[in-house]
Write a protein that binds this ligand. Sequence first.
Ligand code: FES
Length: 152
Amino acid sequence: MTTQSEDNNVGRRGFLKRVIMGAGLILGYGTGASYAIQFLLPRKRKAKFRKMLVASLSELPPNGSKSFKDLSGREMILVNSDAGLKAISTTCTHLGCKAYWEADNDRFFCPCHDGVFDVNGQVVSGPPPRPLDSYDVEVDENDNVFVLLLEG
Ligand code: FES
C-alpha cells in the first residue's frame, strides 16, 4: 500500500521525465529542421570585392595601358580607351593563350587562333566562346585608379 506522499512523488517524477523527454525531442527535431531549412533555402551571399590600386591616371594617357596581376596572379590589363577605363583579363577564353591589347586597332588580339575582342572584351571574331573577363574600375579624388576584384 502506498501513501499519498509516495503517489505524489511518482507523479512528479513521471511528469518531470515527460517534460525532459519532450524538451529533448523538441531540441532534436528543431535542430534537424533548422539544418533542413538551411539546406533547402541557402542564404544568398553578397559577392565581396577587394579594391586593388593599379595605377595613377597620370600613368594612363589616352589609349595607354598598364599590365598588372590580380591577387591570384592572373594577368590583366588596364586600358584608357575612348570608351573609358577598362580592366580586362588577358587570358583568352578559347584555350587560355595570352591576348594582347592593340592600341592602334583598338582591340584585344589572341595570336593562337586569331581571336579578336573589342575594348570591352566582347568577342568580335574567331573561336573564343565568350568575352574576356572584365572588372569594374574606380578612380578616387586623387586620381588613383582601383580595380574591383572578386574575392574568391
Ligand atoms: S586561345 Fe585564343 S583564340 Fe584560341
